[in-house]
Design a protein around this ligand. Sequence first.
Ligand code: GN1
Ligand code: MG
Length: 348
Amino acid sequence: MVKDLFAIAGQFALEGKASDIRPLGEGFINDTYLVCVDGRSEPDYILQRKNHIVFPDVPAMMDNIQRVTTHIKTKVADPLRQTLTVIRANDGELYHKDEDGNFWAVCLYIKGSRSYDRADTPELAYQGGVGLGEFHRLVSDFKEPLAEVIKGFHNIRFRFEQWDAAIKRDAAGRVASLKEEISWIESRRQQMLDFWHKFETGEIPTRVTHNDTKISNFLFNEADGSLLCAIDLDTMMSSTLLNDVGDALRSYTNTGAEDDPDLSKVSMSKEMCDAYLEGYLSKMEPYLTESEKANLRFSGVYITYEQVLRFLMDYIDGDTYYKIKYPEHNLVRTRAQYKLLTSMEAAL
Ligand code: GN1
Ligand code: MG
């Protein structure tokens, strides 16, 4: 726990004085807190310590977020609830850098909203698809360049470079015990490169994308269950929207948890997949190219494969990237995501 969260909150242009600050959620990367002001019990703000190891240029990342959310606000009926609102620091910057070199940012807490960790009903999956489709539609005419906040984030060619180096380094001495898991990655290497090649050649277009579209990164309206907005905009960059659809399918369709130790619980729900895509297409169908449409279902396979690779690579590296709750956590995540991957492949 950082020493003085109240002093950090005081660095931002809040309306009122922070009176209560408590942790929120279980992000793997940033630390997130709810902030109440002036003794009120309902939170007014979200305070985040941005992980500057994962995001080496936090100012550029915040600038991306500010420009895109400002654009979205000009297009929606309720600008304070249908996208994030960044609160500036007292010095006018979009972040505060503390004396230990940590970067902090604040945004408005969206009242009357809720999030989910899993989709239990097709209606929810449908709404999730509507939400991503709406997000893609809102940013489709944003033509300014965006900073590449994490190099090669969903670029499997780049991930293989990292992967090959990690195997060679064998930093934690785990490679010898992971023959089977490593073969899961190697046996699909060419297939994944072939898919990514279509993006590299322009057959699949480049667009503004979110890149972290798991279900918990969307807010729903508490009152009627409709979708409010996409949150966690840290990874917004230029890429293919198939990465977003794929990452959403990875989380909305999983019948188990992302890190389920009980593999019998993990599989892809076809019902959720169909509902999600129906919702997504209800917003985006007219705007998609044939190449995008043809790869919608495969995008789930691609991103789930990439996630298996990333969890396993982190385990091989000695758990340096994702927060873990117990020593084998990344290996358990790897196996659970691999089970999901095989289930998605079988349904293609
Ligand atoms: C991380 O930010 P968070 O915890 O929602 C990760 C995603 C992974 C996800 C797995 C910047 O997301 O790419 O898919 O964990 N974000 C980053 O749950 O690496
Ligand atoms: Mg994130």
